[in-house]
Design a protein around this ligand. Sequence first.
Ligand SMILES: Cc1cc2nc3c(=O)[nH]c(=O)nc-3n(C[C@H](O)[C@H](O)[C@H](O)COP(=O)(O)OP(=O)(O)OC[C@H]3O[C@@H](n4cnc5c(N)ncnc54)[C@H](O)[C@@H]3O)c2cc1C
Length: 417
Amino acid sequence: MASVSRLAIVGGGPAALMAAYSAAITSQKMHKPIEIIVLERNRSFGKKLLCSGSGQCNLTYDCLSDQLVEHYGDHGTFLHHAFQKLPPQAVMQLFTSWNVPLTIRQDGKVFPRSLKSIDVLNSLLHQCKQHDVVLKPGFQVHSIKKKEEKFIIETHQQPSYESDAVIVATGGLSYPKTGSTGDGYRIAKKIGHTIIPPHAALNGVKVEERSISKLSGLSFAEATVSLIQDGKPMLLSEGSLLITHDGLSGPAILNASRYLSEGDSISIGFGTKSDLGQSLFSKLVNQASVSGSQQVRTVVSHLGFPMSFVDWILLEIAIEGNKKAAETSKNNYKAIASAITDHRFVISLGDWQQTAMVTAGGVSLEEIDSTSMMSTIVKHLYFAGEVLDIDGDTGGFNLQAAWATGYLAGTHAACAL
Ligand SMILES: Cc1cc2nc3c(=O)[nH]c(=O)nc-3n(C[C@H](O)[C@H](O)[C@H](O)COP(=O)(O)OP(=O)(O)OC[C@H]3O[C@@H](n4cnc5c(N)ncnc54)[C@H](O)[C@@H]3O)c2cc1C
């Protein structure tokens, strides 16, 4: 009797569980029995999935797979095959067929209708169990070695496992309490892979200007974030912006954060790109000419800015807000427009490993076959999810990448055994 092949999956998050499921259904379809084991260091699975979307789990984004790739910085094209295999519509179909009804919000974000991430996790675990996946919580893998055709997977808990193929899906380096502590990078490096230095993605930033804390909680529906390079602003993102007690957050900052480093200078435009620049200055001058007897602060607030923000801006640039609009010079209006459209901050990332929702960097994509997720260095070794040098925008894009790369890796690993 032919011996049963074994596929070991390291990690027990969304990418790993989806990989286990897809490997199981592939082996079933091919009438080729494969033992699939999932080794998770925590006592329970999917801790990060449970906190996703503030516990509500924004599990994907409703758009075509061609449009998806734009949401992953410079690395989107690598995901093309994975998204062809499991586009958002297929993710939605899977969860719906697993009795997790979904809701698509007007902005395209997809959530379980219950708004409970536990429903998403339980459905995945249930599918794995239904398909005889062996789930092994409480096993932390510390190394993977190749010995002839077999992999030896060593765990801190002692038993080492032998397998014919391995999928590493250990996640990134942030939110370490969830179990994602960068183990996958060390494992991958030891077996010969290059690691792109990990850094923060989807992270708020702190700013040196302490006075901004006065505006804590204030949000702007539209803002632009640019990085200052050689004195010039280079646009990184647009979207809503939130002022926090010590800095800036909200989608515009979160999506820009993959490009930001400690001590960078950024420029914030408080408004849409088209509202800003020269047009804001002209609007201010026009408003001042029709409301000359009003105070400058009132004139600025007429353009739709909250008074607390106007007072803060005027104080920052030392312009008297109580003066009559007609008595204020054009140069002052120019300075006000500039402070609103191109406000410079020096940022700090703080202890980003505790706060970044996603880790950018990771296993270099140069050494991964994007059509299968298999290593080009070690045959039958695969990578999936955030352990790869992939990070997406906020909006369900990171889970979409985890599902799709996990699905592709699982399918290929099972086919290749
Ligand atoms: C607060 C927060 C909110 C988020 N919200 C969203 C959202 O709404 N939508 C979205 O798309 N994305 C969201 N994300 C990002 C998303 O959760 C991650 O990108 C996704 O979980 C990555 O999946 P993964 O399976 O690759 O890794 P992980 O979910 O990190 O899972 C990796 C697993 O591997 C295990 N592991 C690590 N090392 C070992 C080892 N040595 N041996 C065995 N097991 C190991 C870990 O314990 C962990 O369970 C959020 C992240 C955070 C932190």
